[in-house]
Ligand binder design. Structure first.
Ligand SMILES: Nc1nc2c(ncn2[C@@H]2O[C@H](COP(=O)(O)OP(=O)(O)OP(=O)(O)O)[C@@H](O)[C@H]2O)c(=O)[nH]1
Ligand SMILES: [Mg+2]
Length: 201
């Protein structure tokens, strides 16, 4: 089964999107496979609302494990299954916390195995930080993703102030890539993401 990874800097909204996309595709309760930084695997049957309460946070580096969920998505003729993967946020440099370093390594391992790559940015953060908000690892993910083929940039938090200006910066820096503005709050762009994933399965 093909995997679709959600990757990006901490706090851009990866976990929120992971859960909201599942909900958008009709999932209320799901089996989530959780792999910790030591490779230990646990399967939990949880509701999306419960997961949102415990897995989404206003503080960065909340996600430290890899979360996988099996989803059914409409394609040209009928339906296909895929595995959606939520990962720990990645940053430049060597983080002083060992657990965070290991979680980033795990994210990069998942990236190398993914068929579809959804690379996420926070539009408002980019507006505040301008080009400086785009890290070296973002450019490297873009290079890797562009070579892989099924690569798309999601610019999240479009419901927030000045997000359009943040989106313009991303569009300017990643001219050759397919970019979808999204919001996990009002589900802007979900239809487009569903179509992008569906046609790459
Ligand atoms: N306004 C707004 N807030 C959002 C949106 N998506 C996520 N958030 C908020 O952004 C914060 C971070 O969300 P997460 O989903 O935990 O982000 P993450 O990328 O998984 O973060 P890490 O696991 O730490 O890497 C939370 O406070 C979310 O409620 C969005 O589309 N709009
Ligand atoms: Mg997360």
């Amino acid at each position: 089964m093909k995997t679709c990874i959600i990757i990006g800097n901490p706090n851009v909204g990866k976990t929120s999107f992971f859960l909201s996309l599942a909900e958008y595709l009709g999932v209320n309760r799901c089996e989530v496979e959780i792999t910790d930084i030591y490779g230990k695997v646990l399967v939990k049957n949880i509701s999306v609302n419960f997961a949102r309460k415990y897995l989404v946070s206003t503080s960065p580096f909340k996600t430290r494990n890899v979360y996988k969920m099996k989803l059914t998505i409409p394609v040209y003729k009928g339906y296909e299954q895929l595995i959606l993967v939520d990962t720990a946020g990645v940053t430049d440099g060597i983080n002083e916390v060992e657990e965070i370093r290991k979680s980033m390594a795990q994210t990069l391992k998942e990236l190398s195995q993914a068929k579809i790559i959804l690379h996420m940015f926070d539009a408002q953060y980019i507006y505040y930080k301008k080009e400086g908000g785009i890290s070296e690892i973002d450019y490297q993910i873009k290079e890797f993703g562009s070579q892989q083929g099924c690569y798309c940039i999601l610019v999240n938090k479009m419901d927030k102030d000045n997000s359009q200006k943040g989106l313009d910066i991303i569009r300017d820096k990643f001219k050759e890539n397919y970019i979808i503005p999204i919001s996990t709050v009002d589900r802007t762009g979900f239809k487009e993401v569903k179509a992008f994933v569906g046609r790459n399965l």
